[in-house]
Design a protein around this ligand. Structure first.
Ligand code: FES
Length: 105
């Protein structure tokens, strides 16, 4: 089983087991401190917003235009590290990735 480090909105780090093949959002929404993911992954709600640790950003595929458009509308958008977790596939190669849950918008 792969793992992921999740920083909750209080700044507390959690190391969790994570199943490759799922979207990062699908892993995070199962956590009490995770994401709401209201639209279910349709790239329309932005309630799955996370900040990817800078050392991992370059290892992810670049965001598509619809993800970027939605991210750009967020008050807490960080151009370097923000992603919509429903648009990121969790793979074995990403085991150990650190993501921080963005503030509620
Ligand atoms: S779950 Fe709605 S945009 Fe990601």
């Amino acid at each position: 089983m792969a793992r992921m480090i999740v920083v909750d909105r209080d700044g507390k780090e959690h190391e969790i087991e994570a199943k490759p093949g799922l979207k990062v959002m699908e892993i995070l929404r199962e956590l009490d401190y995770g994401v709401a993911a209201i639209c279910g992954g349709l790239c329309s709600c932005a309630t799955c917003h996370v900040y990817v640790d800078e050392s991992w950003v370059a290892r992810l595929p670049k965001p598509q235009s619809d993800e970027l458009e939605l991210l750009n509308e967020l008050p807490d958008y960080n151009a370097a590290t923000s992603r919509l977790s429903c648009q990121v596939d969790f793979t074995e190669a990403l085991s150990g990735i650190k993501v921080s849950i963005a503030p509620d918008t």
